[in-house]
Write a protein that binds this ligand. Sequence first.
Ligand code: GDP
Length: 298
Amino acid sequence: MFDTLSDRLNGIFTKLRGKGRLSDADIDATAREIRLALLEADVALPVVRAFIASIKERARGAEVHQALNPAQQVIKIVHEELVGVLGGETRRLQFAKQPPTVIMLAGLQGSGKTTLAGKLARWLKGQGHQPLLVAADLQRPNAVNQLQVLGQRAGVEVYAPEPGNGVGDPVRVASDSIEHARRSMRDIVIVDTAGRLGIDAEMMGQAAAIRDAVTPDETIFVVDAMVGQDAVATAEAFRDGVGITGVVLSKLDGDARGGAALSVRHVTGQAILFASTGEKLEDFDVFHPDRMASRILG
Ligand code: GDP
């Protein structure tokens, strides 16, 4: 995960080792190299600019730490800035005061929404909840079946349109599912919605209609970490078209450069809630900005 970025940053820090004190020229050169490393990791330019400006300012103002040499000080500053760009504190899921809590998943086709629905259901069940999965992705032919398989694996009921009932209306399925959840005492409803390969007005309209029908407590934007800063335009479109309250990074197990992970929080203003790291239901965890920053710095 983010191996290239880790290597680049560590290479930069190695050059600082042994230096007694950092001159302004040293700080500028280091900042330039960090900037390049971030751009190569496909981090969005506004994020890189803010990151570098902050590092320069802090390194110049160098909090004099008796216990730390200059290289360690720079590492500490970069670590703290990484934590900040990844969201600072760990953000927990928000639950409704009156159950059921409704969690809607939105994102492009292939981003990992349906897989995430299964993972989230399994995880919530493990925390003692009684989730209901809702198949409101009626666009992709296999999505309902895929969710049913995942639901079975997770031991969680799946609410889906009756087979043979025509194409079905995803908004209706989603709103009926809330009633079903109330009747069957489910405290969390996870609604899987349709995506397209690219941003599309019809898909966004459908997602907004589902949102209006179920009034979610969390609207989670699922983004494939492999897409790098292409995630930025998609995230903006979902933020503006549907309104999102949180982000999940999927496919962090792949050869991602880090761009999506390091850009999406800044762009959406919303926290990364979970990380998906594989195809299996258990390849999933709460996202901790500080742990991720430590992993990036190796
Ligand atoms: P959806 O179209 O957004 O519902 O996406 P899917 O959940 O169907 O995922 C698309 C593909 O990505 C599937 O083949 C999944 O098995 C795979 N996938 C989903 N999440 C992950 C992940 O975290 N890591 C890996 N390696 N593959 C994933």
